[in-house]
Design a protein around this ligand. Structure first.
Ligand SMILES: NC(=O)c1ccc[n+]([C@@H]2O[C@H](COP(=O)([O-])OP(=O)(O)OC[C@H]3O[C@@H](n4cnc5c(N)ncnc54)[C@H](OP(=O)(O)O)[C@@H]3O)[C@@H](O)[C@H]2O)c1
Length: 313
């Protein structure tokens, strides 16, 4: 496992990481979470991702129980604030919700601080200046070491930098965008000027497009799969995507790896990706995904252009 710097920040993140969305406290109990996190850690993963909104806070509670097994210094823990509940001040990026939400997350995680704190979405109802000042406060007070954004537009991130510069505030260090073989624009187009100008890091999500890129949907939707449980995640062009995955499987076969490993390794190759956040509901998925590390060196320019051709058809 390699450890990448988070853009120009000094902290180092394992190139593969492990997240809790949909899985912790919904599909996995604390016993399984413990086994998964230990296995991930034993294979070199040091970065674990969470959010106040996952399983209404229960995902943080569950992760918090397991984090005690580890030395804090060996871990990079993130959470994300935006969806904290149903009250008028339980959502968004107001100073009130960012500070209260972060303190509540830390209580659930049983931590004094998180390493990375994300604004989970842009908030059109709060001035970016208010958000920048609140994140500056949270970092300076030691509740988080670095702050960043998730799914903000390049213009919104640019605005946050401008304000932080003007007010002498802590600047964002990272963005958490979706990135996989079917969803590439943020990383490969929209944010290019940000990488050049500000050297932000990225921790990318849904690298398997919720599992579609593992090939598990090639013959329909298995009953115990995410798309069976969360039908709102089935994309409009599902069948088209499945046909592409079948072609990707032939490349994987030639490289003697699984389609999931090929798809994850492809994300790892992008130099603007600091860490690829994986998810799993079964131990064999986690083990399979960890194997992506060994596939990365096999992705020659020729193989990458074959993959590009399949995905752009
Ligand atoms: N910032 C954001 O807005 C945001 C949004 C979403 C996610 N995230 C973060 O990113 C993390 C990863 O996202 P994700 O869970 O969507 O990742 P993903 O890798 O696209 O999907 C993971 C799911 O695919 C299936 N799967 C994983 N590995 C597999 C394998 N080898 N073979 C077959 N099936 C496999 C499992 O679901 P089933 O077994 O149930 O089918 C698993 O839960 C999340 O946990 C979260 O921390 C962030």
């Amino acid at each position: 496992m390699e450890y990448n710097k988070l853009g120009k920040a000094g902290i180092k993140l394992s190139e593969l990481s492990f997240g809790s969305w949909i899985t912790f406290a919904q599909q996995l109990g604390v016993k399984e979470v413990k086994e998964f996190m230990h296995t991930a850690f034993d294979h070199g993963i040091n970065f674990f991702d969470n959010a106040e909104g996952y399983a209404h806070g229960e995902s943080e509670v569950m992760m918090g129980k397991v984090l005690k097994d580890f030395r804090r210094e060996d871990l990079v823990i993130s959470t994300k604030i935006f969806w904290g509940g149903h009250g008028p001040n339980d959502t968004g990026l107001s100073r009130k919700h960012l500070i209260e939400g972060t303190k509540n997350s830390l209580k659930r995680l049983q931590l004094d601080y998180v390493d990375l704190l994300f604004c989970h979405r842009p908030d059109p109802n709060t001035p970016i200046e208010e958000t920048v000042l609140a994140m500056d406060y949270l970092v300076r007070k030691g509740y988080a070491f670095y702050w960043g954004t998730s799914e903000w537009s390049a213009d919104e991130i640019e605005e946050a930098f401008r304000i932080a510069e003007q007010l002498n505030c802590m600047k964002p260090s990272m963005e958490q965008p979706r990135y996989n073989l079917f969803f590439r624009d943020h990383l490969e187009k929209d944010y290019l000027s940000l990488f050049e100008k500000y050297h932000i890091g990225t921790t990318v999500w849904s690298p398997l497009a919720s599992g579609i890129l593992s090939g598990k949907y090639d013959h329909g939707i298995p009953q115990d799969s995410r798309l069976a449980k969360e039908s709102w995640l089935v994309p409009d062009n599902f069948q088209q995507q499945v046909e592409k995955v079948k072609k990707l499987a032939t490349i994987a076969q030639d490289l003697q790896c699984s389609t999931a490993q090929l798809s994850l390794a492809w994300c790892l190759v992008n130099p603007n990706v600091s860490s690829v956040i994986t998810g799993a509901t079964k131990m064999e998925q986690l083990i399979d995904n960890l194997g992506a590390i060994d596939v990365k060196p096999k992705l020659t320019p020729e193989i990458l252009s074959l993959i590009d051709k399949i995905c752009s058809e």
